[in-house]
Design a protein around this ligand. Structure first.
Ligand SMILES: Cc1ncc(COP(=O)(O)O)c(C=O)c1O
Length: 396
């Protein structure tokens, strides 16, 4: 273990360059000589009071990149434990239909695999060879095009960091997953709201979500092909594709150098808590986005995906019919594991969410203006649907 000893410039001269030198010593104390582009303290060693005098006026946020200071925080849902304390209910007594999680949870093989994880003290294979080869078989695409990350969220973040510079533009198609807008802002990029303006604004990247969150709609192949013919990187987010009955477009990345397709285990197998996402990337992009994750043990879950999906789709159709019977709700048909509902008859959508929360049923409401009259309900287990319907009846 070394100790760093700071030695300031020996005089009060104003030095025009900022630089430092480092020396190793036999006592394990590393000396760093710093030269500042300001009046440096003439005294060695520097006293604590002098440090303070030089940092006057500085606050923690003085170090933050200026564009981040105006960034509104991402509007996320409350963690389960916090929710449980706030509502005064045990987590198992909360019906959580506000974050599109797959309430069926993962198949038993996942718990077995986690319980038998022998080498958790060893860094994982940075190339995730086993997982990627299993995914390759699952997706019908060679492993070299596939990359896994800590949720699709991390992959969205990595794509933006690799592609966008300050002032670059992206298009998202609202209402949609708000993480695109948030990550763009973190990267000092601008968000255009209308894909018609590609010609003038020259955005670098467009985010398409199919099925879309929050309305559950899909994008046709024809539309996708048209967008792909533009000189723009297309990120197709297929987080909910398993519930749509449609084939994934992952294999299209071989034909389209400007296409990235993202997917996730969060919805597919109820693994939101373990943060596992993956995607298909053109070879020219993937090498810049490589990351190290520890996903090897989750291989087994690929074998037992289908039952979970079918049960959920069945339940979605039942939920849709029941929501249609609620006088103050207008549900939208959905290809996903959630249903967006317009709140009608003058009922306040936010109050509806709050009233349900008091009864232990969580649904999603958005503060954004264009969605303020809507709520989104995730598809849960049959008994959760029944409980939601009972509560909605009480509020009618
Ligand atoms: C459209 C969309 N993409 C990505 C994600 C995030 O997926 P992950 O849990 O893999 O980070 C979500 C989460 O709700 C989503 O709605």
């Amino acid at each position: 273990m070394g100790v760093i000893e700071l030695i300031c410039s020996p005089s009060g001269l104003c030095i025009s360059k900022f630089g430092y030198k480092t020396k190793f010593s036999s006592q394990g104390i590393r000396q760093i000589q710093l030269q500042f582009n300001c009046m440096a303290s003439p005294v060695v060693p520097v006293q604590e009071e002098e440090y303070i005098s030089q940092t006057q006026g500085l606050t923690g946020d003085s170090f933050i990149r200026p564009h981040l200071k105006n960034l509104s925080p991402y509007q996320s849902i409350l963690p389960f434990e916090v929710l449980s304390t706030r509502l005064g209910r045990k987590p198992e007594d909360i019906i959580k239909l506000d974050a599109n999680e797959n309430t069926c949870g993962p198949p038993p093989e996942v718990f077995e695999a986690l319980g038998s994880m022998k080498f958790s003290y060893i860094y994982p294979d940075p190339e995730n060879r086993q997982l990627r080869s299993a995914l390759a078989e699952d997706c019908g695409l060679e492993a070299e095009y596939i990359l896994a990350g800590c949720g699709a969220d991390e992959l969205i973040d990595l794509i933006m960091r690799c592609v966008l510079g300050p002032g670059d533009k992206i298009v998202d198609c609202p209402p949609t997953f708000t993480m695109y807008e948030f990550d763009a802002a973190v990267n000092a990029a601008l968000v255009l709201k209308d894909s018609q303006i590609v010609d003038q604004e020259k955005p670098k990247c467009i985010f398409l979500t199919s099925p879309n969150n929050p309305d559950g709609s899909i994008i046709s192949d024809d539309t996708l092909l048209k967008v792909l013919s533009l000189p723009i990187l297309v990120v197709l987010d297929e987080a909910y594709i398993e519930f749509s009955g449609l084939a994934s477009k992952m294999s299209w990345v071989k034909k389209h150098e400007n296409l990235i397709v993202l997917r996730t285990f969060s919805k597919r197998v109820g693994l939101a808590g373990l943060r596992v996402g993956y995607g298909a990337f053109p070879l020219g992009i993937i090498e810049y986005i490589w990351r190290q994750t520890s996903l090897i043990m989750y291989l087994l879950l690929l074998k037992s995906l289908h039952n979970v999906k079918e049960a959920l789709v069945e339940e979605r159709e039942r939920l849709y019919k029941l929501l249609k019977e609620v006088p103050f709700l207008n549900p939208y048909p959905s290809y996903s594991n959630f249903i967006l509902c317009e709140v009608t008859l003058g009922k306040d959508a936010q109050k509806l969410k709050e009233d349900l929360a008091k009864m232990g049923v969580m649904i999603r409401h958005y503060t954004k203006k264009e969605l303020s009259g809507y709520v989104r309900v995730s598809v849960g287990k049959p008994e959760q649907t029944d409980a939601l319907m009972e509560c909605l009846k009480l509020l009618s």
